[in-house]
Ligand binder design. Structure first.
Ligand code: F6P
Length: 192
């Protein structure tokens, strides 16, 4: 059976600073993850072929850099666009746009950032990615929190309202093995 592996990029400079969006580089811990990832993946997949998909953002490309597999970058895998809030912390957003923060808490799936996207928008944006995923063999996606929530919810048939709260921790590889009904799942967390 084929497998689909998901991982967020390693910890980024923005993750350390609590800022959302952007195109920052990996932190030193994030770089440690990038260096440890090839052994984890190679041990798991053995001799089988694998293709690695990243977004166009530096933190995913950096995370994939030591993986000895064919790589493809997808603009469609870029993180949810936070519009005017890109580069801000959640506290700064709360200060600058208190009503928006309240609306987001009210309906996180449908909330669309000013000049940006909602989770609903991202689900639509994932359609071609999912079409291609369904046709492929073993794929490792090095992605972003909101993006991986959408893909994970698709494979596990999770309801839209729960999707924006799915836990996709850093430095963890999620392995999905599609079955006739649903998917088997394993998680591997690197102690970094
Ligand atoms: O903080 C990392 C991040 O990937 C941001 O870039 C993104 O806006 C956010 O997580 C998505 O998570 P949430 O929808 O819970 O704010």
């Amino acid at each position: 059976p084929r497998s689909i592996f998901f991982s967020r990029h390693g910890e980024s400079q923005y993750n350390v600073e609590g800022k959302i969006g952007g195109d920052s580089l990996l932190s030193p811990r994030g770089m440690q993850y990038a260096k440890a990832l090839p052994a984890l993946i190679t041990d798991n997949i053995g001799e089988k072929p694998l293709t690695v998909w990243t977004s166009t953002l530096k933190r995913t490309i950096q995370t994939a850099q030591y993986l000895p597999y064919t790589k493809l970058t997808w603009k469609s895998l870029d993180e949810l666009d936070a519009g005017v809030c890109d580069g801000m912390t959640y506290e700064e957003i709360e200060q600058a746009y208190p009503d928006d923060s309240a609306n987001r808490d009210e309906d996180k799936f449908n909330y669309r950032y000013r000049g940006g996207e909602s989770y609903r928008d991202v689900v639509v944006r994932m359609e071609p990615v999912i079409m291609e995923l369904e046709r492929q063999e073993n794929i490792l996606i090095i992605g972003h929190q909101a993006i991986l929530r959408c893909l994970y919810a698709y494979f596990h048939h999770l309801p839209q309202a729960d999707l924006p709260y799915i836990k996709i921790p850093l430095h963890t590889v999620i392995k999905l093995t599609p079955k006739a009904y649903g998917c088997d799942e394993e998680r591997y967390t690197l102690p970094i």
